[in-house]
Design a protein around this ligand. Structure first.
Ligand code: SAM
Length: 276
């Protein structure tokens, strides 16, 4: 394993600080510093700037972000057992690592993050999706963050980046791509984690669009996508009945026999405007 700083290998850090992975916190740690460096570069660490890392755990990605060039890392970790290990990293990089012990879902990031911050995280599946939705549904757009580089189960990564007419296309694809460009950068094999999760993961990078793909009110867009994909196999005239059915579709200029998986994001936005 290559040395990326003067700190001990992650396996030793885990042993020294008794950081046995807790299933309840979705802890699957990365030990391979080559891999964490690759993730840090994909997140843009080489360009410097401020990073927000959610769930640093023992600090594999944190160390990589710093050694690849991040000017500062603000890290939020829920598990207080990880704090002494993160404190060692903070000492090795004076003034460059700020650790907050909190639940990232509860934290008001806008109060602490500077404009242009880049977000990097390897989070448990359920927390990752909830946090992504929290960032995507921000009231003000463009948001404070310049990019999100996040690890997901591959299937979720496919849902975020799916195109119309494909099997994974759904609510998350519409919401994410309405406001962001989104792409899968690379897969991460389950064997890279300790302990290994049950499925392959993938790193997704999202960058906010200056303007959403088409004008729409967020809550209206959420209403139409929830209704449409709630009955995925049905024609829109059926699934959108509670929101106005054929009249709504006519107003939006959409064929009532279409199914949601074939509708472009711009057409969902047209439905949201018609609903409004
Ligand atoms: N970043 C480390 C790595 O790549 O090895 C750890 C990844 S592990 C999959 C997820 C981390 O997120 C754990 O350290 C866990 O304690 C933390 N975590 C889980 N839920 C969290 C939450 N709601 N807020 C902040 N951290 C959380």
């Amino acid at each position: 394993m290559p040395e990326i700083d003067r700190l001990p290998p992650l396996r030793d850090v885990i042993a020294t600080h008794g950081l046995a992975a807790k299933k309840s916190l979705g802890q699957n740690f990365l030990f391979d510093l080559n891999l964490t460096r690759k993730i840090a570069r994909a997140a843009g660490a080489n360009d410097g700037g401020v990073f927000y890392e959610v769930g640093p755990g023992p600090g594999g990605l944190t160390r990589a972000l710093l050694s690849e060039g991040a000017g500062k890392v603000i890290a939020v970790e829920r598990d207080a057992r990880c704090l002494p290990a993160l404190e060692e990293i903070a000492r090795a990089w004076p003034g460059k690592l700020q650790v907050i012990c909190a639940d990232a879902l509860e934290l008001d990031e806008l109060a602490i993050l500077p404009k242009g911050v880049r977000v990097a995280a390897n989070l448990p599946y359920n927390v990752g999706t909830a946090i992504l939705i929290k960032w995507l549904t921000a009231e003000n757009w463009p948001p404070v963050w310049a990019s999100l580089s996040l690890m997901f189960q591959k299937e979720v990564a496919q849902r975020i980046t799916a195109q119309p007419g494909t099997e994974h296309y759904g609510r998350l694809s519409v919401l994410a791509q309405w406001r962001c460009s989104a792409k899968i950068l690379f897969d991460v094999n389950r064997g890279a984690f300790v302990p290994p999760p049950s499925v392959t993961s993938a790193i997704v990078r999202l960058e906010p669009r200056a303007q959403p793909l088409a004008p729409a009110n967020l809550s209206d867009l959420e209403k139409v996508t929830a209704a449409a994909f709630g009955q995925r196999r049905k024609m829109l005239r059926q699934s959108l009945k509670p929101l106005g059915g054929e009249a709504l579709l006519a107003k939006a200029g959409i064929d009532p026999t279409e199914r949601p998986e074939d509708l472009k994001i711009e057409q969902f936005a047209a439905l949201a405007r018609a609903l409004h």
